[in-house]
Design a protein. Structure first.
Length: 124
């Protein structure tokens, strides 16, 4: 919960789509903190954002790749990315920020600072 509220508070106002809040009266068992990086809003693609963060020693993850984009399904069922536009969008724009019990406050500050720097530079 601490990481969730830290990221939620620190990332407000950035050109990212943050995860939706937990339903009232519930506690989310969040194991990932995923954001959507729309190139039109961010000024760079998700993959470029991942690379820029990596250059700043911030590891991220890409956990959700649409099934229709996997070679086996793409070839077997002859599907195209435009056949599933919402799944394709999420596949190309979602990234997971570092999250876990071993992250210190300084680690979180480093992640947020690097993310803000990259996004600020991209929009210049």
């Amino acid at each position: 919960m601490l990481f969730r509220s830290t990221y939620d508070d620190a990332l407000q106002g950035l050109p990212l789509e943050l995860p939706p809040p937990a339903e009232p009266g519930s506690l989310h068992a969040r194991h990932l903190y995923t954001v959507l990086a729309d190139p039109e809003r961010c000024g760079l693609t998700r993959d470029r954002l991942v690379a820029e963060l990596h250059d700043r020693k911030i590891g991220t993850g890409v956990h959700y790749v649409g099934q229709h984009l996997q070679p086996y399904y793409r070839e077997k069922y002859r599907v195209r990315p435009e056949d599933f536009p919402n799944a394709t969008k999420h596949s190309l724009q979602t990234l997971s920020l570092p999250l876990g019990p071993n992250l210190s406050d300084r680690d979180l500050d480093d992640v947020v600072g690097a993310l803000k720097d990259v996004l600020r530079e991209a929009r210049r």
